[in-house]
Design a binder for this molecule. Structure first.
Ligand SMILES: Nc1nc2c(c(=O)[nH]1)N[C@H]1C(S)=C(S)[C@@H](COP(=O)(O)OP(=O)(O)OC[C@H]3O[C@@H](n4cnc5c(=O)[nH]c(N)nc54)[C@H](O)[C@@H]3O)O[C@H]1N2
Ligand SMILES: Nc1nc2c(c(=O)[nH]1)N[C@H]1C(S)=C(S)[C@@H](COP(=O)(O)OP(=O)(O)OC[C@H]3O[C@@H](n4cnc5c(=O)[nH]c(N)nc54)[C@H](O)[C@@H]3O)O[C@H]1N2
Ligand code: SF4
Ligand SMILES: [Mo]
Length: 732
């Protein structure tokens, strides 16, 4: 689609300008790129031409990259071929990272809100003023409401550890992350079955069922690339998704499953595998507990029954179960990633885990593995004790088995709004944008109105920053020095990567490490931050000098070599020391010890279920305003099947209103067979409130406004697919 970006450079324009700038710089003049995009006043550095290793941060994958710097300007980001995790790849978003750095909408200096929240009037502060103000507010809120009255929320980042450390030193237990909007129920389910969250060895698998995961658009490295390779070697891919995603399009089979019924599908798969004795008997006898209970449990869950629930023919379910079992152990139910979907998400994922256990694919090539991980050191913290703090997190007790260290955004937000069990009056967000990524935006606004003080550290004026009292500008990943990050990848590798500044930090931006260190100084907590990032890295590397060498030479450290068979003979970290088909701890906590199916609520007449997902150009809410990516996708649309569209008198590209019980939005319809007739879909990251995001302001609609905020009962994970909407054509 040819789109002319407003107020910004298009990609072609950017390339042209870059070319012109290079010529200009060669002639000795200042580069126009710097002046057009980055009015720092700093002159480009004539001889500064380098290649620098780093790690992409356009999403959490941390793909290895090499940044090409010419005369002080980052010209191009290339994949680092030595990075095994990313298989020598940088995706579209990774390539567009240059525009994250040179973005005219970057935050440039600290800003203090003037006038009502959300009005967008700001006063520029010096860093000293900003930090003094934040520290005063933290001190005051701690005294008036206890230190747990301040909430901390940090997104995925190598420096988030310092925000957590600061929260601990300051004295709050109320630390949350993006994870309760993402993958907590998957983690809960696999931990409670295997005692660990395993990694799928996609590369060597021969048969993969992928329920509710979209690996060819929602990229997870190396799984996305390995899936392609595995398929070239004959791996069969079966996708269950109510939408015809790119993954569905490339799969051997796509089944447009009725949303919310995956548990029924896998109960029936287990039924077939058990009744036909297709499971790995030796493995199940030796390594699992509860097979007899499971056998009884799945008896009523026949393929015929599941067919009525899922809209997938019984014969297909039977055939898939048999094919899966005959490809085992080099076969898997892909564990998936985002599981913020249903109120029984943990139990849905428990069923994926249980079917995997029946296949005996544990710790085996092409199955579920736990690769070796590099054990980096740390600088420990001895957090102070505050007598007046409450005994528990503010969201405690609101989910059956919440992870204490992650909490739940949904439940925390409810607790803040209710003021129960105790008031929360301060909030610091770092690199996370719950206004766009937490379902029910109006509730997030309500929550923010309950606060005395909100501080947001971001690189642009996100919707979350837009509602804050104090906004602090952070450097992008190309300007930062980060600690080391050790990651698990797949059978062929785990690794370690880090970032050094490719170019100096632009404007007045400061890394969050520096920010919390300065706050600690002002709050008399300096002793917990008496180190530099360099010291921190040294502590991390103390026992692993080979990592330092590899990172210096190759930009990345890979543990190459097979990662299966490593856990042979070792007990599982579960109560029974075995894989728990039946979970007795669940039974004691009032949770079903084996997944019990309840049909999802039927879609009421003239309404649709709305589901969430992503495409290859968008990282949740964070990249839609990036001019290079925005050119590929200027707004979001509502996917609507032609049948209901016709009934509603809606044609492709018509403006429609989408409305739930909590909010509404206006956007264009995309009339398409790529979704089921009862299911609509829209991308995330549009319909923003912030006028600081100039490309996308006024474009599309915000799905977070429309989504109701249900929660997974077990983990407190947000449940984002439990909302029904009406769709109407906007006349005129
Ligand atoms: N509707 C909807 N909601 C969702 C999802 C969805 O697909 N649709 N996905 C869910 C999932 S799986 C997840 S993981 C969560 C993610 O939700 P979030 O944690 O909110 O992640 P992002 O939307 O990527 O927002 C990241 C924020 O960090 C800022 N940022 C980017 N780089 C930097 C940096 O270098 N420094 C600083 N300080 N800030 C930076 C961006 O401007 C943005 O405001 O959302 C969940 N919620
Ligand atoms: N390009 C890109 N890549 C990303 C990200 C990104 O934002 N952009 N984010 C990263 C992050 S943080 C995460 S967590 C992962 C997420 O990766 P995934 O979990 O794989 O992706 P999603 O698109 O969130 O959801 C998967 C699919 O579930 C489908 N679905 C909805 N309801 C149901 C249902 O009831 N049953 C079934 N079977 N399917 C259903 C949706 O249509 C969607 O296509 O992606 C990561 N990679
Ligand atoms: S998948 Fe793409 S956006 Fe994510 S880290 Fe890798 S290159 Fe960057
Ligand atoms: Mo996620």
């Amino acid at each position: 689609m040819a789109v002319k970006p407003r107020g910004n450079l298009s990609r072609r324009g950017f390339m042209k300008l870059s070319g012109a700038a290079a010529a200009c710089a060669a002639a000795g003049g200042p580069t126009r790129v710097l002046h057009a995009l980055v009015s720092t006043g700093k002159q480009p550095i004539e001889n500064d031409t380098r290649s620098v290793f780093s790690a992409c941060d356009m999403c959490f994958n941390k793909c290895g990259l090499i940044a090409r710097v010419e005369k002080g300007v980052v010209r191009k980001l290339d994949p680092n071929p030595k990075s095994l995790k990313s298989r020598g790849m940088l995706c579209a978003r990774g390539n567009a990272g240059i525009k994250q750095l040179y973005d005219p909408d970057r935050l440039k200096y600290p800003l203090l809100r003037k006038g009502p929240r959300g009005e967008g009037r700001w006063q520029r502060l010096t860093w000293d003023q900003a930090l003094d103000h934040a520290a005063e507010q933290m001190e005051r809120i701690g005294k008036e409401y206890t230190r747990c009255g301040f909430l901390f929320m940090a997104g995925t980042d190598m420096q988030s550890t310092f925000v957590h450390r600061f929260a601990e030193a300051y004295g709050s237990y109320n630390i949350i992350s993006h994870e309760s909007n993402c993958l907590l129920s998957r983690n809960r389910a696999f931990l409670d079955t295997f005692g660990v969250v395993p990694t799928p060895d996609v590369l060597h698998s021969r048969y993969i069922i992928m329920p509710g995961a979209n690996r060819f658009e929602a990229l997870v490295t190396p799984d996305s690339m390995d899936l392609m390779t595995a398929m070239q070697y004959g791996c069969k891919l079966v996708v269950l998704d109510p939408r015809y995603t790119k993954t569905a399009a490339l799969a051997n089979e796509w089944h447009a499953i009725k949303p919310g019924t995956d548990m029924a599908f896998f109960l029936a798969v287990a039924h077939v595998i058990i009744t036909e004795a297709l499971y790995d008997k030796k493995f199940v006898a030796e390594m699992t507990s509860g097979i007899e209970e499971l056998r009884e449990h799945v008896k009523p869950y026949t393929p015929q029954w599941a067919s009525r629930e899922t809209d997938i023919p019984a014969n297909d379910i039977k055939r898939i179960a048999r094919e899966l079992a005959s490809a085992a152990p080099t076969a898997m139910v892909y564990p998936g990633r985002r599981s913020s979907d249903y109120q029984d998400s943990t139990q849905i994922r428990r069923m994926y885990a249980i079917v995997n256990a029946l296949l005996g694919n544990w710790d085996r090539k092409g199955g579920l593995i736990v690769p070796q991980k590099v054990k980096a050191g740390d600088i420990s913290i001895d957090a102070p004790w505050y007598d007046d703090n409450p005994e528990d997190r503010v969201d405690a007790g609101r989910a059956q088995m919440m992870f204490d260290e992650e909490g739940s955004f949904k439940h925390t937000r409810d607790a803040v709004i209710e003021g129960k069990p105790y008031p929360i009056k301060g909030w610091m967000t770092y690199k996370t944008n719950p206004m766009q990524t937490g379902a029910n935006r109006n509730k997030t606004i309500q929550m923010i109105h309950k606060l005395d003080f909100m501080l947001s550290v971001d690189i642009t004026m996100s919707d979350t920053a837009w509602l804050a009292d104090l906004v602090l500008p952070a450097p992008s990943y190309l300007e930062r020095k980060d600690p080391l990050s050790a990651f698990l990848a797949s059978s062929t590798c785990s690794g370690v990567i880090t970032r050094n500044p490719v170019v100096p930090a632009l404007f007045e931006s400061k890394p969050v490490f520096w920010i919390v260190k300065e706050l600690a100084k002002r709050l008399d907590l300096s002793e917990h931050f008496d180190f530099t990032i360099e010291d921190f890295r040294k502590a991390q590397l103390k026992e692993i000098p080979e990592v330092a060498r590899a990172i210096k030479e190759d930009g990345v450290y890979n543990i190459a070599g097979p990662s299966y068979g490593l856990h042979k003979g070792k007990p599982f970290r579960t109560r029974s020391k075995k894989i728990e088909l039946y979970n007795s701890r669940y039974a004691e906590n009032g949770v079903d010890p084996m997944p019990v199916y309840t049909s999802p609520a039927p879609v009421p007449p003239n309404r649709f279920r709305i589901v969430v997902g992503r495409n290859a150009y968008i990282t949740q809410s964070a990249s839609t305003n990036n001019a290079l990516l925005w050119e590929l996708q200027p707004e979001n649309t509502l996917w609507l099947h032609p049948r209901p569209a016709e009934k509603l008198g809606i044609q492709d590209q018509d403006m429609v209103e989408v409305k739930s019980s909590v909010g509404k939005g206006r956007l264009k319809a995309r009339v398409t067979r790529d979704t089921r007739p009862d299911t609509v879909y829209m991308d995330t990251g549009f319909g923003v409130l912030s006028k600081g995001l100039r490309n996308i302001f006024g474009k599309g609609a915000c799905i977070a406004e429309v989504l109701e905020d249900h929660a997974d009962r077990v983990s407190g994970n947000m449940a984002m697919h439990e909302t029904f909407v009406r769709v109407t054509k906007i006349e005129g």
